[in-house]
Each structure stands twice: as structure tokens, then as C-alpha cells.
Design a protein around this ligand. Sequence first.
Ligand code: NDP
Length: 498
Amino acid sequence: MPELTPLLQDFLKTPVHSHFMDGDFVSSNSDETFPVINPATEEIIAQVSLGSMEDVDKAVVSAKKAFQHDSPWRKMLPDDRGKILYKLAEKIEENKESLAQLVTLENGKLLRDAKSSDVGGAAKTFRYYAGWCTKIEGETIDLSQPQKGGKQNFAFTRREPIGVVAAIVPWNFPLSVASWKLAPALAAGCTVVLKPSEETPLSVLLLAQLAMEAGMPSGVFNIVLGDGKTTGAALTAHPHISKVTFTGSTHTGKIIGKSAMDNVTGISLELGGKSPAIVYDDPIDFSAVAKGVAAGIFRNQGQVCVAGSRVYIHKKVFDKVLADICHEAEKIKIGNGFDETADMGPLVSASHRDKVCHYIDQGISDGASLVSGGRKIYDKGYYLQPTVFSATDNELAIIREEIFGPVLVAVPFDDLKHAIQKANDSKLGLAATVWTKDISKAIKTINRLEAGVVYVNSPVRSDPNLPLGGYKQSGIGRELGKTGIYNYTTLKSVNIVY
Ligand code: NDP
């Protein structure tokens, strides 16, 4: 393990990490705390306050105050807002090592992935949306109805910031998924209360510190720490929230959607996936395809919403491609995220690893054949082997339900129609990959897949410029890209009669 940066050593000396509101770290109303555990060693690395209803209320009041019309944030020119977001992107990059080390400590992922996906991804997202601050525009509109009394008119729309945003994020990419919500919401001129997952609450606290250094006015970005059922639920049900933006499981998304609807609060949901990879039989480099399919499921220990967890392989090449995928899986070196030679770290928690192991047992008892991996390894840490099943029955739980771990199920298919029918036979529809050199087959498949994101000849990788979101129960709305900014604006239609 490399030496922790001085900034991080200092940060970890804090006895109890507390909420961030009104520009400062603020102790909890209650004395309740919870531990943050390093998944690689099972050691407690920090104690964190458990937010009560009162703490949530204080954070929302802070965000509401910062959103008032005469507040520095509301009066700020879009160009100046953009400068703060750009500066924050630079601060994130300057502090890459500290932030990445903290993400690896709390989440377990490889340090190099924390650097590229979490820290690099967050910096790119803030920079991308910094540019959007000056490009939020309404339209002028010629009306169909004449004005009464022969008068003239001038009609237009204004895009205004929607208000106080509640952002609830999961543990798999604690910094980058938070930035997917913070950056566009702040670019639009909103203020935010963020609740990170109780598994990974630390890295966003460092981010808050950097936001202040970048010049963010007090109260614009707030964090409440705590669990989902108390703190998260209080936040999404708060009457002064104008928009809830959530990334997490479909199960929790449904609960949050219902609670937001009680106040008719706007909502965007980025939910679970069970994404198919379709491998056709044209003469492509099948070893390279196997590498791509394996990377698509085993990256970040399979804890990726767009992970390709079902692979449909043409029957003519099924055995060859499956053998190549297993070869890739067996080459993966499992170890502490700080070990530079490791390819895969531990899962995020004991309970999550147990859930994944339960699915593996169920796959075996349901009759799927376990062709590679499937076992826990090492005495300490939540490590699990990359696991590959082969099956023919599309009804198995391991094919239908999101496992969110390093588990892949391979299924043969006969032709394009059969592949698409199997791929679309799911209540989820987040992402898909297609592996072929035949352009017409690729386009036919893209057009018929019920998935919000489709990549051809590559595993899915998120990019701030490209919208992300799901069909069916994988979500409501899209985040990132140009559409991402509109999640946080509301339209005002104006008609001036003269
Ligand atoms: P959960 O749905 O369990 O939790 C997500 C967040 O919601 C956490 O911060 C959690 O808090 C909070 N939460 C839980 N219950 C409530 C509630 N009743 N009210 C308000 N907040 C609540 O998901 P995981 O953290 O386990 O993350 C994994 C899931 O996220 C997977 O299903 C994955 O597919 C999905 N995901 C989707 C992505 C997408 O873009 N579509 C991207 C990344 C992940 P706490 O953890 O503290 O209890």
C-alpha cells in the first residue's frame, strides 16, 4: 500500500465525520454514528454521523437560503458560475491522488480505476458542465392565436433553475456518480443536498472542501450523511425539495418515486441493469471479443450499472467464445486495490458479497452450469472470484435479476431474431453491447434493442457528453450530455402583449 497523502492522513484523523451545510462541517443533532469499513481489510477507517430528520431539515434550509433571489448564487452571472465549476474540475485533478486513495479505501476498487473513473470522470464532468452555464437558453415563439383587440405580442420561454435538488447516490462510483448530478444541477443554477451511500460517504466530503476552495458560495452544495431508510427517506420527502435525482437499485427507485410524488416533486431515476452482450458469428477476432465481454462484466468487480451480465453467443461459435471468456476470467489477479499488480479488488461489503454468493448458489441449484470461478477467496476482505455460468433457460434468476457482482451468464442463440428476443426479454433495459463486423446486422440490432445505451464492439463506458439512462424499469429520464442540464431547469412561458 502506498503512503497516504498528507491531506488524507489529516482527513482520516477526524474522530467523527459530520454533515456539510452552509459552507461548513456541522455536527449532527444526534450522537448516532456508523462505521466506514475498508472492504479489502475489514478494518474500520472512519466514523460518520447518522443524519436525523432535523439534520436533513437544516441542510435543506441551507440550500433554500442559498437559492433565494437575492443570494450571491442567484445573482451570479452564468460565466462566473462556469468559472467556479471549471476551477472545481482543476482542484479535483490537483488532488487526484488523495481523492483516489480515499475512494479505494472506502469502496475497495483498484486505485488506477479510482483515478481514471471516479476522479478523472468527476473532473471531466465538472469541466463539461462548466461550459453549459452560458448556454442555457429559451426560445422565441410565434403564436397561432391572434391577440385580442388587434394587439401585437412577443412570446418566449425562459429556462430557469428548478430549485433545491436532492441527490441520492450509490456506492459503486461514489465520486463520479455524485458529479453526474452535482455538475449539471449547479451549472443550471440550482442548489443541492447530496446524500451519499452509507458504504462510501467520505470522498464527497473531500469534494465539498474543494468546492469551497473553488469559490462555491455557502449553502449551494450541502451533504447529509446517513442511511437510506432514515436520512435518504427524510430528504426525498422534504417539502422544499423541487427535484429528486436518484441513482441506485430499481427497488429503492420505486420507493423514492412514490415518496417524491406525495409532494409532486420532479424526479429522475437511474436504476438497475441486466445488460445483454450479443456476439454474432461473423469472422471477427473472437479472442478480442472475449476480452471485451470479460472487461464489460468484471470491471469494478461487476458493480457497474451498465455491466454486460448476460452474454448471448451465436451457437456456431458458442464453445470457442465461452472458453475464451473463461480464460480471461481465470487470468484476473484478485487483490487489494492498492496492489498495482491486481486486476480486481474486493466487493464493497460483506452483505453485498453474501448477496452475490447467494445468486451463485441459486444458479447452481436452478441447473445452470458453473464453468469458472464461484468461490470466495482470502480470509480477510470481501473477495470473490470472477464467475461464469452457461445456461439455455432465459427464465433463471441469475439471468433475470440484477446481481451487481462479477457474475456472467452465457446463453447460445440461433439467429438475429432469436438473439434480440432473448436480449429484450427482461424488465430492465439500461445498456447492451453488440459484437460484429457486419454493419447491417449491427444497425438492425441497435434499432431493435430495448436499451438506453448501445455500444458496438466495445464494453459500455460512460462519458459526460453522452446521455445515459434506461428503458423500462431501468429508469426515468437521462442524465449527462446536453439533456442532463434540462433535468435541473424548468420552463417559464411568457407572452408580452402590446
Ligand atoms: P440502493 O438502491 O440500495 O441505494 C442507493 C442510494 O439510495 C444509497 O445512497 C442508499 O442509502 C439510498 N437509499 C436507500 N433506501 C432509500 C430510501 N428509502 N429513501 C432514500 N434513499 C434511500 O443501491 P446501491 O447503493 O446498492 O447501488 C447499487 C444499485 O445502483 C444497483 O442496482 C445499480 O444498478 C444501481 N446503479 C445504477 C446506475 C445507473 O446509472 N442507472 C449507476 C450506478 C448504480 P444507503 O446506502 O446509505 O442505505
